[in-house]
Write a protein that binds this ligand. Structure first.
Ligand code: F6R
Length: 361
């Protein structure tokens, strides 16, 4: 049942307001400025002994894991990184007893992720799951974890599960942070930020008609560049993947800092750039990148917290805490991908060549 929407993708984008509310529900502990994660199965003493965190997933879940790794580093100060599960499996990784492994999967059935989990378990590693589908193969195989509670996602292209997965990582990062060295006041600040998310998502969705007009305009491009820096980079990667999958327009994501090391050669009027420009400590650096692009007559669509002078269009999104900004900045670009695909008459819920869950190697 599409509940009055033309596609599941649209329904699932709009549902994010409730979905984010659901992943937070019952988990916030105001007294200790932390969150309770019932199924984590990780004692405080164990959480304190973790030396590294390695996050494994595929596609959109891998991108959510990249933001998750940044959240864990920022809030819990544990070195963390994300890697595609398939790469991890095939490169004969060194499995370290002080590393906590986290498998991310919406379906909980993706074969490459499941195989990585099984290999890790065989070698005695501790593996947590960040999974949407309750009781799925990866959820059963993991030692514990965090359910994403996004509800069923029907569209092949993931939207609400991405957002909820990132929020689930914010909860995990806050939980680990408050067991380690995150202060009560920082814990409170993040909790207040998390509570603002549903209302802010609702606000972003109100920009849909503006985004629709922009998407129609950009739909004639043959290729697009997506750029971001640090917190904005995985947002750019996910937005680029979304556009490719659903509109079939070629898109490539780059860290903004890498532009001058090659991709700047591509910039000209027919190659638009979508730039993630959060109002954080890197704002001036990001503005300089926009200037470089403008100097080469590139068109720029910015997603930012304030109007960007060098951009041709800015989608202004509400500001949250710096650490949580990536959760919101991807949402207008889900709508952008959707409306680009709609303008091009694509089969939005079932893009060619793709399947909802990839249970083969
Ligand atoms: C993108 C998309 C895929 C999946 C990937 C992993 O929109 O849907 O990239 O994210 O196949 O799937 P899960 O999360 O089920 O393991």
């Amino acid at each position: 049942d599409m509940g009055g929407h033309d596609t599941y993708m649209h329904k699932e984008i709009v549902e994010q307001v409730e979905a984010v509310d659901r992943v937070l529900r019952g988990r916030i502990d105001d007294r200790f400025a932390t969150v309770r994660l019932g199924g984590l199965n990780l004692e405080p003493g164990e959480a304190r002994r973790v030396r590294r965190i390695k996050i494994l997933g595929c596609g959109t879940s891998y991108h959510a894991g990249q933001i998750g790794a940044q959240l864990i580093e920022e809030l819990a100060r544990i070195p963390a990184d994300a890697e595609p599960a398939s790469e991890f499996r095939y490169r004969d990784p060194v499995v370290d007893p002080d590393t906590l492994y986290v498998a991310v999967s919406q379906s909980g059935e993706t074969y490459d992720v499941l195989a990585a989990v099984q290999e890790l378990k065989r070698k005695g590693a501790r593996v947590l799951g960040v999974v949407n589908v309750v009781g799925s193969a990866i959820a059963r195989e993991a030692d514990g974890g965090v359910y994403v509670h996004a509800g069923p996602e029907v569209c092949v292209v993931s939207t609400k599960c991405f957002t909820n997965t990132v929020v689930a990582f914010a909860l995990l990062a806050l939980h680990l942070g408050r067991i380690r060295d995150l202060s009560v006041s920082d814990g409170r600040r993040i909790i207040e930020g998390l509570r603002r998310l549903p209302g802010q998502i609702d606000e972003i969705l109100k920009a849909e008609s503006e985004i629709k007009a922009l998407a129609k305009d950009f739909a004639t491009a043959r290729s697009m560049l997506f750029i971001g820096r640090v917190r904005g980079y995985p947002v750019a990667r996910e937005a680029s993947l979304k556009l490719k999958e659903v509109s079939y327009i070629h898109a490539e994501a780059y860290p903004a800092s890498e532009l001058k090391h090659g991709p700047l050669a591509l910039v000209e009027p027919s190659m638009p750039t979508v730039a993630i420009v959060p109002d954080d400590e890197l704002l001036e650096k990001n503005r300089a990148a926009l200037e470089e692009i403008k100097a080469r007559s590139g068109r720029i669509l910015a997603v930012a917290h304030q109007e960007q002078e060098k951009a041709d269009h800015t989608i202004v999104v509400p500001k949250n805490e710096h650490e949580l900004d990536p959760i919101l900045m991807g949402i207008p670009l889900q709508l952008f991908a959707y409306h680009t695909a709609l303008a091009l008459g694509r089969d939005i819920d079932k893009p060619r060549n793709l399947a909802k869950s990839v249970t083969v190697e």
